[in-house]
Design a protein around this ligand. Structure first.
Ligand SMILES: [Zn+2]
Length: 449
């Protein structure tokens, strides 16, 4: 190789090194929960290049000092517990006040988008770095704008609008049927269901959400059902199979709203990828859920937040009774599922302000710990398992080399008090610091690094 060529080669290499070091950050961590191990690791350093983690290794003060002197940004998290960003596996950007969901079909769409954008920003600042919106016409556009860097928000997997049969899970029974058809949610029969999947993909959905259970004639609260044991199918098995086949041939996953034994069984039969709610089910069905390895999302927060809001927002008595009934059955099924080895991801089913703020997703961790998970189990369910539910297990959910640098930090210890997740002090998404409640610590002269 001629000397000129060698020089040019060296110059390019030097240039590449400079570019790399400009994009390198070190997160120096006091206590690390990486989402893989059950053990907390102390005094660890995450090396972050651009958006990704490239190395997780024991802290070496000399090399940190050296790299800092060389211009590498060092984020001092030695006083914190650091874990992967929270992943809410089930929520909704409806973009209307949460106690007036009947406004969804008629409210101005631009207003709904702006409202949802504000919720997305609040979520990210609270440490929810990824989420799956399972039913909202505005979410594909919100996802697009977040991905283009136009507005802040979590990484999103979105279904767009629900797919629902006539008189099915989310059919607004107070609207005339032709109006409902106009809204584009309804699909009946295998052919219409296939067409609806294609429409969703065209609208920018990257998961399909379908409602498999309803609650029978005369039910006053359709999505949840007055009597969850009634077992009324919203779709035939033939229709569900057509839907999953169409989605899977387009390499997109399917999530199904299942509140009944029949709906969970048909979801398993049709190879639905993630079961939402997933109660009440028989022992036999539970065994099949475990054997299939299908993830079930928890969705307890929505009911608890309804209960909290019931007085101030003057809920009808039948609704309060309904939520109590569901919460009891949901808890029994969760406890049985946990003992049987069901794979749970944490989803809140929160629907927005004022009663169900999306930035309070960490409440779900507190509930599942109250219902029997250890804090470490809950953390893994709401990070690694939720990432799996999103179909993003290779990209997020744990703090390992190759994953996006999506992480949160808090002063309190979440393993001794899981509500620490509701007091997150620091958020990073894709290597970018989103929020640090102790901004002055970063700039303090006496900071360790
Ligand atoms: Zn939902």
């Amino acid at each position: 190789m001629g000397s000129e060529k060698v020089n040019r080669h060296c110059a390019i290499w030097q240039c590449l090194r400079n570019i790399t070091s400009m994009n390198t950050k070190l997160a120096v961590v006091g206590k690390l929960i990486d989402g893989v191990s059950d053990q907390v690791q102390e005094e660890m350093t995450l090396i972050i290049e651009g958006e990704h983690i490239t190395s997780v290794e024991p802290t070496k003060p000399e090399s940190i000092a050296f790299m800092k002197a060389d211009g590498t940004e060092v984020v001092d998290l030695t006083a914190y517990t650091v874990m992967p960003g929270i992943v809410d596996a089930h929520m909704h950007f409806f973009g209307v006040p949460s106690h007036k969901l009947y406004l969804i079909p008629t409210e101005n769409e631009a207003y709904r988008v702006l409202r949802a954008t504000s919720e997305a920003n609040a979520m990210l600042r609270a440490g929810i770095t990824a989420a799956r919106c399972l039913g909202s016409s505005v979410s594909p556009s919100l996802r697009r704008a977040i991905n283009e860097g136009l507005v802040p928000g979590p990484r999103l997997v979105v279904s767009g609008e629900f797919i629902c049969s006539s008189n099915g899970t989310w059919d607004h029974l107070y609207l005339p049927l032709p109006w409902m058809r106009e809204l584009g949610m309804l699909a009946d029969g295998a052919e219409e269901v296939r067409q609806k999947v294609r429409e969703r993909l065209r609208q920018g959905a990257n998961v399909i959400k379908v409602g498999l259970s309803q609650a029978g004639v005369g039910d006053r609260y359709h999505p949840w059902g007055e009597d969850p044991y009634q077992n009324v199918p919203a779709y035939s098995l033939e229709e569900v199979m057509a839907l999953t086949e169409e989605a899977h041939s387009n390499r997109v996953r399917v999530s199904a709203h299942c509140i009944s034994d029949w709906s969970v069984r048909s979801a398993l039969e049709a190879q639905v990828d993630v079961i939402e709610h997933g109660y009440p089910i028989s022992e036999q069905t539970r065994e099949r859920v475990v054997e299939s390895g299908t993830i079930v999302t928890t969705t307890a927060s929505q009911i608890l937040y309804h209960k909290q809001a019931a007085h101030e927002y003057q809920y009808a008595n039948y609704e309060i009774e309904l939520f109590d009934r569901h919460l009891g059955i949901m808890r029994e099924n969760f406890e049985a599922g946990l003992a049987a080895g069901v794979k749970y991801a944490l989803g809140t089913d929160l629907v927005g302000r004022p009663t169900h703020p999306q930035d309070e997703a960490a409440k779900e961790f507190e509930i599942v710990v109250d219902w029997g998970m250890t804090p470490m189990q809950a953390i893994k369910a709401g990070t690694a398992m939720s990432a799996d539910a999103l179909g993003m297990a290779d990209e997020i959910g744990t703090l390992e080399p190759g994953k996006f640098a999506d992480l949160v930090a808090m002063k309190d210890d979440p393993l001794s008090d899981i509500t620490a997740l509701q007091r997150i002090d620091f958020v990073m998404k894709g290597g970018e610091v989103i929020r640090h409640s102790d901004e002055e610590v970063l700039n303090r002269e006496e900071a360790r690094w």
